[in-house]
Design a protein around this ligand. Structure first.
Ligand SMILES: C[C@H](N)C(=O)N[C@@H](Cc1c[nH]cn1)C(=O)O
Ligand SMILES: [Zn+2]
Ligand SMILES: [Zn+2]
Length: 481
């Protein structure tokens, strides 16, 4: 374990260099959901590829074609496949991460430019879009490679990498690529992989590291109501025509109650209630209502019971309303009747739900509710994307290695958690490769991923980089099964 000690010291000494590299990554606004930002996603892929190569990783950029956004064909960002080490005596770990980010504008309410890493020296907080989701963790792996190269140390395991630029946009192209690589057998990029590690979620709170063995899936919908051929004056046509916005707001109001209960018949019934034993798991997690209040910045939990709140995030489906396209949202009081409006909402889903089984309940339900309105407007409901939920065996040696690494770095045992978010590729890796997948988060529960003022704490970046490297040593120390 001497190498592991030298590795940890190097990570500490190199913090300024690593933070500088993170600043470079954050400065590339690689927003995959915005067609206008696609060149930046490609730029970010090229930057990451260069970094990997300079650290001794052999890479291949997998071109997964194009997709159509608003009638425009856009190149999908390349999937970066990497490999380093080919020792048959060593385990082979596949690392996945994503180099795209969610949208961010200063006007959304950021205190600083979202695409500039700004460090608050008094708290150690490093603000910037992607700092926690997922550029910080991806760069954590680069830090591990950097340390080994600089120290002339061999990595304790063989590593394979898969970094995509479309995770925030349904991982387009990735699932097929994985399946086609696996179908190549011995010649495929993932041949010989023993386990997978993904660092792309967060601790439950601000103090307790965790290992994550479950993710919710997602089914994302767009419901459009259209009527007049153009926007109308509400003075001239209010109470004269069926208004698309009125119909849409009614429909959105029929999806979920303010208490979070999903109103679409059949959705809640698909999930068995927790028994006493399962409830006990949530009771024992290091988590309080105050942790949620701190993360969201207001005392607004749906329940005051900790287990109920945790189950709402980890083992229950949820439905969130995201926005209305086409509605007036500018300043002032514009008296318009919008001609066509689209409501966006998604369901986070849990086993045994699938995007398709949810779609089969959602679409007819909205159509029936719309029929009740006797509106002369037109309705269209589409599912924009979906991702499967996933659960892993947390008694596997992959989790054992991560547990030991966490104890070594953080001097405490990690919590075992299920994550409320989604990483659509996780199940594809588990099923296609037939190996265990581990989620080993770097950031904290208050990082504000997808939100304004997203941040990563400097200590989480540095200790988290140590954690990723130490995990590799612990993997190597576990006898092959
Ligand atoms: C947990 C992960 N870091 C994440 O944020 N995943 C996204 C994936 C997604 C699905 N549709 C759009 N993005 C999420 O859970 O929202
Ligand atoms: Zn995300
Ligand atoms: Zn992510």
């Amino acid at each position: 374990m001497e190498a592991a000690v030298a590795f940890s010291s190097y990570i500490d000494e190199s913090a300024p260099k690593f933070i500088h590299r993170l600043a470079q990554a954050v400065a590339i606004p690689s927003v995959s959901t915005d067609a206008a930002r696609r060149p930046d996603v490609l730029k970010m892929g090229a930057w990451l590829n260069d970094q990997l190569q300079s650290l001794g990783v052999t890479t291949k950029l997998a071109d997964v074609g194009t997709h159509v956004v608003d009638g425009q064909a856009l190149p999908l960002p390349p999937i970066i496949l990497g490999r380093i080490g080919n020792d048959p005596q060593k385990k082979t770990v596949l690392v996945y991460g994503h180099y795209d980010v969610q949208p961010a504008e200063k006007s959304d309410g950021w205190d600083t430019d979202p695409f500039q890493l700004v460090i608050d020296e008094s708290t150690g907080r490093m603000f910037g879009r992607g700092s926690s989701d997922d550029k910080g963790p991806v760069l954590g792996w680069l830090n591990v490679l950097d340390a080994h190269k600089a120290l002339g140390l061999e990595l304790p395991v063989n590593m394979r990498f898969c970094f995509e630029g479309m995770e925030e946009s349904n991982s387009e192209g990735l699932h097929d690529l994985i399946r086609s690589e696996v179908a190549k057998g011995k010649d495929g990029w993932f041949d010989g992989v023993d386990c997978v590690c993904i660092s792309d979620n967060y601790w439950m709170n601000t103090r307790t590291p965790c290992l994550t063995y479950g993710l919710r899936g997602i089914a994302y919908f767009k419901v459009t109501v259209s009527g007049p051929s153009r926007d109308l004056h509400s003075g001239g046509f209010g109470r004269v025509v069926h208004e698309p916005m009125t119909d849409l707001v009614y429909l959105l109001g029929r999806l979920v109650t303010p208490k979070g209960e999903i109103l679409i018949p059949g959705v809640e019934d698909m999930v068995a209630p927790a028994d006493v034993e399962e409830r006990d798991i949530y009771e024992k997690l290091d988590y309080t209502i105050a942790d949620v209040e701190e993360a969201v910045g207001a005392p607004i939990t749906l329940s005051d019971d900790k287990a109920t709140v945790l189950m709402g995030r980890m083992r229950m489906p949820s439905l969130s309303l995201h926005g209305i396209e086409g509605a007036y949202s500018g300043p002032g009081g514009k008296t318009v009747i919008p001609a066509s409006v689209s409501g966006k909402f998604s369901l986070r889903i849990v086993p045994p739900q699938t995007p398709e089984s949810i779609k089969a309940l959602v679409v007819p339900y909205i159509e029936q509710e719309f029929a009740k309105l006797e509106s002369k407007n037109r309705l269209a409901v589409e599912m924009l994307g979906g991702g499967m939920p996933w659960m892993a065996d947390y008694k596997h040696w992959n989790y054992e290695a991560a547990r030991r690494a966490t104890e070594a770095v953080y001097k405490r045992s990690p919590d075992l958690t299920r994550e409320g978010g989604s990483i659509p590729v996780t199940l594809t890796f588990a099923e296609s490769l037939g190996v265990n997948v581990l989620l080993l988060p770097m950031g904290r529960g208050d990082d504000g991923a997808h939100s304004t003022n997203e941040k990563l704490d400097r200590s989480n970046f540095i200790e988290g980089s140590k954690l990723l490297g130490t995990y590799l040593y612990e993997l190597a120390a576990i006898p092959s099964q």
